[in-house]
Design a protein around this ligand. Structure first.
Ligand code: ASP
Length: 327
C-alpha cells in the first residue's frame, strides 16, 4: 500500500504531542501553597558586646536576605532560584564572609568557595578557590547546568566564569576595611571568623535546594578548601529527605560528612530532621565546631549549632518570619 507523505507527517506530529504530554504528566509535581526557607550568615563566637548598631545591621541584613527568598517562594518560584538569589545578596553584603567582605588568606588575598544542589534530581555544581568571580554561587550553578562536572577549582574555575560571562572582578574588590584590620591582627585567636552564608528552601512543588558560599577560614593557607564547596560535607539536598547548608570549621564537617549524614540518618534510620541534626551537631561534632540549617520534605526546619551564636533566619508560608544571632 502506498503511504501518503502528508498523512505520515500528521501521524508523526500527533505521536510527538501525545508522548510529550505523557512525559509532562508523569513529571508534573503537584503544587501546594506551602514553602519554607532558612538562611545562615555563619556560626562561631559572636560577642554579645557588639554595639547595638552592629547588631541591628546584621539583623537587618538577614531580614533583607530572607525577604528576597521568601518573595520568590511565595510567588510560586523555584527553591533553586530562591537559594541563588539570597546568596547573591549575601555575597554583595560586606558584613558576611562571602563575596565582598570575604576573609583574607594568609597571603592577604581572597579565595572563594561555593556550592549548590537541587534535591529534585541531585544535580550539583561547585567552585573552589576562585579569585575573580563576583558571585561564586552563580558560577556554581553554571557548573551544575552548563558542564558535565560537579566541581571546578582554581584558575580553571575562574576561566570558566570568564568564558560563560558571569561578572568578573579584581581580587581587591573583595577587600573590606574590617577584614583587613582583622587580618593584620590575625595571630589573635579571638578574632571573629564567621560569616559564611547559606540557604535551604523547599518550594510549593516540594523541591528542596541548598547552597553555601564562603571566603573560607580567615588566614587560611593558599589552596586550602573547606566544606562549603563539597557536596555531602557543607551542602546537600534530596527531595526524599532534606536539604542542609553548614557553617563552621570546614575540616570537621568534611571528616564527619555532616550534610549527607543528616539526610542518610533520615533515609536509612528513619530519624526526624531534628534527631538527625542533633546527632551530627551535638553528638558527633565537638562543641565550638559550627552549625547547620536544614529543611525537610514536609517543610520542617532546624537551625542547629554548637557555637555561642549563628546568624540565622527562617520564614514559611504559615507567616513565620524570624531572624536571630544568639541562642
Ligand atoms: N565552613 C567554612 C570553611 O571551613 C567556614 C565557615 O563556615 O565559617 O571554609
Amino acid at each position: 500500500m502506498k503511504k501518503n507523505p502528508l498523512f505520515q507527517i500528521f501521524i508523526g506530529i500527533l505521536s510527538f504531542i501525545i508522548l510529550n504530554n505523557l512525559f509532562i504528566t508523569t513529571n508534573a509535581q503537584t503544587k501546594t501553597n506551602k514553602y519554607t526557607i532558612v538562611i545562615h550568615g555563619g556560626a562561631g563566637y559572636i560577642s554579645k558586646d557588639i554595639p547595638d548598631s552592629t547588631r541591628k545591621t546584621y539583623l537587618n541584613s538577614l531580614k533583607i536576605a530572607l525577604t528576597i527568598g521568601k518573595n520568590i517562594l511565595a510567588e510560586g518560584g523555584k527553591s533553586i532560584d530562591a537559594v541563588e538569589q539570597v546568596i547573591r545578596y549575601m555575597e554583595d553584603n560586606p558584613n558576611f564572609n562571602s563575596g565582598k567582605g570575604a576573609v583574607f588568606t594568609a597571603e592577604g588575598k581572597h579565595e572563594l568557595d561555593a556550592s549548590i544542589m537541587d534535591g529534585k534530581d541531585l544535580s550539583t555544581g561547585a567552585v573552589a578557590g576562585v579569585t575573580t568571580i563576583k558571585h561564586p554561587i552563580t558560577l556554581a550553578r553554571k557548573v551544575k547546568e552548563k558542564t558535565k562536572y560537579v566541581l571546578l577549582a582554581g584558575p580553571g574555575a575562574d576561566q570558566f566564569g570568564k568564558e560563560i560571562g558571569v561578572e568578573i572582578v579584581n581580587n581587591h574588590y573583595f577587600d573590606t576595611p574590617r577584614r583587613l584590620k582583622n587580618w593584620k591582627k590575625r595571630h589573635n585567636k579571638k578574632i571573629d571568623k564567621h560569616g559564611t552564608v547559606g540557604t535551604v528552601a523547599i518550594d510549593m512543588y516540594g523541591n528542596i535546594a541548598a547552597g553555601t558560599s564562603t571566603g573560607g577560614l580567615s588566614d587560611k593557607m593558599h589552596g586550602r578548601v573547606g566544606d562549603s564547596p563539597l557536596i555531602n560535607a557543607g551542602t546537600y539536598a534530596n527531595n526524599k529527605t532534606c536539604g542542609v547548608s553548614a557553617t563552621g570549621i570546614g575540616e570537621l564537617f568534611i571528616k564527619n560528612t555532616v550534610a549527607f549524614n543528616i539526610s542518610a540518618l533520615m533515609e536509612y534510620k528513619g530519624y526526624t530532621l531534628k534527631q538527625a541534626a542533633d546527632e551530627m551537631i551535638h553528638k558527633r561534632l565537638k562543641p565550638g565546631s559550627g552549625g547547620i540549617i536544614a529543611v525537610d520534605k514536609d517543610g520542617n526546619y532546624v537551625l542547629s549549632f554548637n557555637t555561642p551564636g549563628m546568624f540565622r533566619g527562617v520564614a514559611n508560608s504559615k507567616g513565620l518570619f524570624e531572624v536571630k544571632i544568639w541562642k
